[in-house]
Unconditional design. Structure first.
Length: 173
């Protein structure tokens, strides 16, 4: 679905293998007419829509992440809880949302990487053995709100050639 040359397309990329908000993302993408790539290393069911493109990558560590990082551009939106992938996408000017609606932008990615590394270290030493809390209705609601806002802002920023990066305000989450 090509956009007018003066209106750059905003796209959504879903790191889909373990994503709990695919259906919500499809609804928002449909509402705004945003092309969405569902990237996974297995065949996942997706709605029949010209806006939704399924990308199946070969099995292997970080293959989906690598595909997303290679294809994402400034003003695109990435749905992922993978912090290293988020850092790669933010470096290219994309907006990254995790499944709880947390915005991982250039202001938040450094801290997110530090916390991720600390938690990995604590888990590897046995200090922390349990995962985080379960996914809630409030998380889903926060995600929907953040994605809606991200699409509107991405479109606005994509239209302004002076903005080479999508800058999102802190989510406060």
């Amino acid at each position: 679905m090509p956009d007018h040359p003066t209106k750059p397309a905003v796209r959504i990329f879903i790191d889909a293998d373990a994503c709990p908000v695919r259906d919500e993302t499809y609804r928002v993408a449909h509402r705004y007419g945003v092309h969405t790539f569902v990237v996974a290393n297995q065949l996942l069911g997706v709605p029949a829509s010209a806006l939704i493109e399924r990308v199946v990558v070969s099995e292997g560590m970080d293959e989906a992440d690598n595909w997303i990082a290679e294809h994402v551009h400034a003003h695109d939106i990435v749905i992922s809880s993978d912090i290293p992938l988020a850092a790669r996408c933010v470096a290219k000017g994309a907006c990254v949302l995790d499944a709880k609606g947390r915005i991982l932008d250039e202001n938040a990615i450094g801290m997110a990487l530090a916390v991720r590394n600390l938690m990995d270290d604590l888990r590897s030493t046995g200090v922390i053995t349990q995962g985080g809390r379960s996914y809630s209705k409030n998380d889903r609601s926060s995600f929907l709100s953040a994605l809606d806002t991200a699409v509107v802002k991405a479109r606005k920023h994509a239209l302004n050639p002076l903005n080479n990066r999508l800058r999102m305000p802190p989510s406060g989450l």
